[in-house]
Design a protein around this ligand. Structure first.
Ligand SMILES: Nc1ncnc2c1ncn2[C@@H]1O[C@H](COP(=O)(O)OP(=O)(O)OP(=O)(O)O)[C@@H](O)[C@H]1O
Ligand SMILES: [Mg+2]
Length: 420
C-alpha cells in the first residue's frame, strides 16, 4: 500500500476552502446585485438578497460537492464522527456505507453497514474487517488511481454470506467509499435453479434410459420372444406415462410460478371443489381399500380462488393420503379450526407418518421420504411443491403435522372471501 504524504495539502481542506471562497464571491456578487435591484439601493436589502441567493446556489450544488463538504475533518482524522451535511446524516442513509482513508482504515460506517457487519469497524484496517483478499485488492487499486469497481465475495463473519462491494475513489480525507449489499439470496436462487435443472434432468433420464433399454432388447434378443415382448411393451408404456406425468407437473409448477404475484379474485365455494376431488380420487381409494370420509360442517367456505388450482390442491393431498396412508384405513377430509378471516380444511390419514425432521422438506421439489416407494406408486415428488405454490399464490399456506406410527394431517389454510 502506498504511504500517504502527510505534508501534502489534504484535498478536502482545499475543497472546503474553495467552497468558502466561492460563497464569499457569491455573497459579494449578490450584495452588488441585490443593492442594484433593491428599492432605494438599500445595502440591508442587498445583504438579505445576497444571503438568500447564496443559500439557493448552495442548495442547487451537485450532491458530490455537498458531500465533499460533509466530510470536512471537523474532528481530528483519528476520531471521525458521523458525517452529515445539509441536514442529512450519512449514517442514517438506508445504505451500508464505509468510508476509508488513505491508509485503508475505516473512518466512517453507516448504521446499515454496522448492522450488516454486526460490529463497529471504525478505526479498523480493511484487511482486518474482510478476510477476502479481493476486497483489500479493490480498495488498494482505488487508492492508487484505479477506476470504480464492483466485486462479489464470500464473507464468513458474522455468518457466511455473499456480499457485493462497490468501491469508488473520493478526493477527501475519505479516499474510498465502499458500499456493501447482501446478495446471498440471489446466490441461493442460482443454486436452487441449478439443483432444479439437475434434478429434473435426472428424473427424466431414468425413465428414458428404461425405455431405450427396452427398445434395444425388443430389437435384439427379444425380437422373436413373444412372451417377453408384451412385458417389455408394458414397461415402456409405464415409463412413458411417468415421463408424461413429470412433464405435466413441471409445466403446472412453472405456470403457477408465472402467476405467483397475481392473486385470484373469483369467489369459489370450497365444498363443490372438495367434492370433485373426492370423486376423482374415489376409484384409487377403493383400489387401496380406503374410505374417504368428508365432513365440512356448516357455514360458508368461500375463498377468492382459482377453481382448477384448488381442485389440484385437494387431489394431490388426497392422493398422498391414499398412497402413503396405508391400505384399508379411513381418510378424513374435515373442516379445521382457523383464525378469524381464514378457512381451513384438513386431510387426515392413519399411515406410517413422517419423521418430524423431514416434515419441513416435504414441499421441496423432488423430495421424497422414500424415493423407490414414491416412484413405484407413480410419484414424481412434485405434488406437495405444487400444493405449496398454489396456496402461496392464494395468500394461504399448508400446515403439516405428523406422528410417526399414527398418521399425518395436512391442513390447507386460505383467506376467506371478504363479506362471506
Ligand atoms: N400423507 C403422507 N404420509 C406420509 N408421507 C407423505 C404423505 N404425503 C407425502 N408424503 C411424503 O412426501 C413425499 C413428497 O410428496 P409429493 O406429493 O410432493 O410427491 P409424490 O407423492 O412422491 O409424487 P407426486 O408428484 O406424484 O405427488 C412423498 O414421496 C412421501 O414420501
Ligand atoms: Mg404426491
Amino acid at each position: 500500500m502506498e504511504p500517504e504524504d502527510k505534508d501534502a495539502p489534504r484535498p478536502p481542506r482545499r475543497a472546503v476552502t474553495a467552497t468558502r471562497a466561492r460563497d464569499m464571491g457569491l455573497l459579494i456578487v449578490a450584495v452588488v446585485a441585490g443593492a442594484a435591484v433593491a428599492p432605494f439601493g438599500s445595502p440591508v436589502a442587498g445583504v438579505l438578497g445576497g444571503t438568500a441567493l447564496v443559500a439557493a446556489l448552495r442548495l442547487a450544488m451537485p450532491t458530490g460537492d455537498r458531500h465533499r463538504q460533509e466530510h470536512r475533518p471537523a474532528a481530528p482524522p483519528d476520531t471521525p464522527g458521523p458525517a452529515s451535511g445539509e441536514g442529512v446524516p450519512l449514517d442514517r442513509l438506508p445504505l451500508a456505507l464505509l468510508l476509508i482513508d488513505g491508509e485503508a482504515t475505516v473512518t466512517f460506517c453507516s448504521d446499515d453497514a454496522r448492522a450488516l457487519l454486526a460490529r463497529d469497524p471504525v478505526g479498523q484496517h480493511i484487511s482486518v474487517l474482510f478476510r477476502a483478499p479481493a476486497v483489500l485488492a479493490a480498495v488498494n487499486r482505488s487508492l492508487t488511481g484505479g477506476g470504480d469497481e464492483t466485486i462479489e465475495f464470500l464473507a464468513r463473519r458474522p455468518r457466511q454470506r455473499h456480499l457485493r462491494a462497490a468501491v469508488r475513489a473520493l478526493d477527501g480525507p475519505a479516499r474510498v467509499a465502499l458500499t456493501l449489499h447482501d446478495v446471498s439470496q440471489s446466490y441461493r436462487l442460482d443454486a436452487m435453479r441449478m439443483d432444479f435443472v439437475a434434478n429434473a434432468s435426472h428424473e427424466l433420464r431414468t425413465p428414458l434410459a428404461a425405455i431405450s433399454g427396452m427398445v434395444e432388447t425388443l430389437q435384439g434378443p427379444a425380437r422373436e420372444d413373444e412372451a417377453n415382448r408384451d412385458r417389455f411393451l408394458g414397461i415402456i408404456a409405464r415409463e412413458a406415462a411417468r415421463m408424461a406425468r413429470l412433464v405435466d407437473d413441471l409445466l403446472s409448477l412453472s405456470r403457477i410460478e408465472l402467476q405467483a404475484n397475481i392473486a385470484p379474485t373469483t369467489p369459489e365455494d370450497l365444498r363443490p371443489l372438495v367434492a370433485e376431488a373426492v370423486s376423482a380420487m374415489t376409484p384409487l381409494a377403493a383400489e387401496n381399500g380406503n374410505t374417504l370420509r368428508v365432513d365440512l360442517g356448516e357455514g360458508p367456505l368461500t375463498v377468492p380462488g382459482e377453481r382448477d388450482e384448488l381442485i389440484q390442491v385437494f387431489n394431490n393431498l388426497i392422493s398422498n393420503a391414499i398412497r402413503y396412508g396405508g391400505a384399508d384405513r379411513p381418510i378424513d377430509i374435515v373442516r379445521a379450526d382457523a383464525p378469524e378471516g381464514r378457512v381451513a380444511i384438513a386431510i387426515r390419514d392413519r399411515g406410517e407418518g413422517i419423521d418430524p425432521s423431514l416434515v419441513p422438506r416435504l414441499t421441496e421439489r423432488f423430495f421424497r421420504v422414500n424415493k423407490r416407494d414414491s416412484i413405484s406408486r407413480g410419484g414424481t415428488g412434485l405434488g406437495l411443491a405444487i400444493v405449496k405454490h398454489i396456496l402461496t399464490r392464494h395468500g394461504g399456506e399448508l400446515r403439516i403435522e405428523s406422528v410417526p406410527g399414527e398418521g399425518s394431517r395436512f391442513t390447507v389454510h386460505l383467506p376467506r372471501q371478504p363479506g362471506r
